[in-house]
Write a protein that binds this ligand. Structure first.
Ligand SMILES: Cc1ncc(COP(=O)(O)O)c(C=O)c1O
Ligand SMILES: N[C@@H](CCCC[NH3+])C(=O)O
Length: 419
């Protein structure tokens, strides 16, 4: 199969997908996802892995986009799930993933979450600490079970991504230091409630080169080989997620072929099944956030302030990480370009989507698409300033579309509280 060009993924042909009718019907701000883009990306990744002819499993990281319809689409595409909370496990179950298709990760799993996870007979719980292993062991024994676990290792590798989404340095809160991992497992080799079946690593997100991914993979692969030599009956090597996408014109990320080859090259000598947990790469380019211009005013530095009806409440990434998202006017207006600071309505100066963007002279009422918003968009939205969570729409291959999550009414928003 031809390589999917992950650098120039045909995101939304803005003239082919009926964005204006969707915005008119559902109102803005509103997320719109393309089902065929998600399915194509998943199929391309699976093909790239299959071409390497090594046992593997793709566990979609639900945290990137946990809309039920997106999770179902991914399950229908043959992937399994990586859940980060009991809520995501419930979502995965409702989307049709079987317990033995779910791995459970998370740096702080509450007693209630662990108790439930232990009872579910998941594929594996990725444990983050010696204490967590012991808590799983105790719960498992109290339930008369033996629970499959993998140990999350912190390899002290710099993901070379934004510090807020880098997780593999020894100063970060994730996992057990590589040097301690073998001893931690040896001390629990005979724990009656544990079946130690793997090692796990995830060094960060929006990683745009193979270097950090391979460096981390090699470290845990070496550990896994040593553990097997000691008699640990490991079955898998879970190398996490993290593959980035192109947000900015001219950006570059590894192809799925290169990614698959690099990780399989590390996994093969271990003899272990390779697990990957991709999130962003599958869904990020498949979504846009639609917003309307609600005000335009002069900018002190020249140009314009363009105030959208979407803000950091709907898409936090720019405010949180200074992340870049392309902003595209849906009606490619034949107007002269002007420099614009594109901002949201929220009462925070960080509520800014882009500074000094050259856009066709904006008018109140124009529809804008904030691109590549399918991952870590809707899932991170919030109700600050008492704003309703945004609705989400899924567009099918034939151009038809349906609301997969509606906008809450004001009554919905009051429903959970009392004066
Ligand atoms: C353990 C784990 N697996 C998978 C992912 C998915 O990452 P990404 O969306 O960057 O592929 C994350 C998030 O960074 C994670 O924390
Ligand atoms: N929320 C981050 C990604 C975090 C990945 C989860 N560990 C983002 O928007 O880029």
């Amino acid at each position: 199969m031809a390589a999917l060009d992950t650098t120039q993924a045909p995101v939304f042909a803005l003239d082919q997908v009926p964005l204006e009718p969707i915005a008119a019907a559902e109102g803005t701000p509103c997320y719109v996802y393309s089902a065929p883009v998600v399915s194509r990306r998943l199929a391309a990744l699976q093909q790239a892995l299959a071409d390497c002819a090594w046992p593997h499993a793709v566990h979609y990281a639900l945290k990137a986009n946990s809309s039920l319809a997106i999770a179902r689409l991914i399950r229908d595409g043959g992937a399994h799930a990586d859940a980060n909370s009991i809520g995501e496990i419930a979502l995965a179950t409702r989307a049709g993933f079987r317990p033995d298709q779910i791995v459970f990760t998370g740096v702080g799993k509450s007693p209630q979450e662990l108790e439930r996870a232990v009872s579910l007979d998941l594929k594996a719980i990725n444990a983050e600490s010696p204490g967590e292993l012991d808590r799983i062991d105790a719960l498992a024994r109290s339930q008369g079970r033996r629970v499959r676990v993998a140990l999350r290792v912190n390899p002290d590798v710099d993901a070379q991504s934004h510090p807020h989404i880098s997780t593999g340095l020894k100063t970060s809160k994730f996992g057990v230091p590589l040097d301690d991992a073998a001893e931690v497992l040896r001390a629990r080799r005979d724990a009656a409630g544990l079946e130690i079946i793997g090692v796990h690593v995830h060094v960060g997100s929006q990683i745009t080169s193979l270097g950090p991914l391979c460096a981390a993979a090699r470290k845990v692969a070496d550990l896994a080989v040593a553990l097997r030599a000691e008699g640990f009956p490991l079955s898998h090597l879970d190398l996490g997620g993290g593959l980035g996408i192109v947000y900015e014109q001219g950006g570059d990320v590894p192809t799925y072929e290169a990614f698959a080859r690099a990780l399989v090259d590390v996994a093969r000598p271990t003899g272990l099944t390779l697990i990957v947990e991709p999130g962003r790469t599958l869904v990020g380019p498949a979504g846009v956030l639609l917003a309307r211009v609600i005000d335009v005013k002069p900018h002190a530095g020249g140009g314009r302030f363009v105030v959208l009806d979407a803000g950091m409440t709907e898409l936090m990434r720019p405010a949180l990480y200074g992340a870049f998202h392309r902003i595209v006017p849906v009606h490619a207006a034949d107007r002269p370009l002007v420099p614009c600071d594109v901002v949201g309505p929220v009462c925070e100066s960080s509520d800014t989507f882009g500074r000094v963007r050259e856009l066709p002279e904006p008018h109140v009422g124009d529809l804008m698409a904030i691109m590549d918003a399918g991952a870590y968009g809707a899932v991170m939205s919030n109700t600050y300033n008492r704003r309703p969570l945004p609705p989400e729409v899924l567009v099918e291959a034939d151009g038809s579309w349906r609301v997969i999550r509606r906008r809450p009414t004001l009554d919905d928003m009051f429903a959970l509280e009392q004066a």
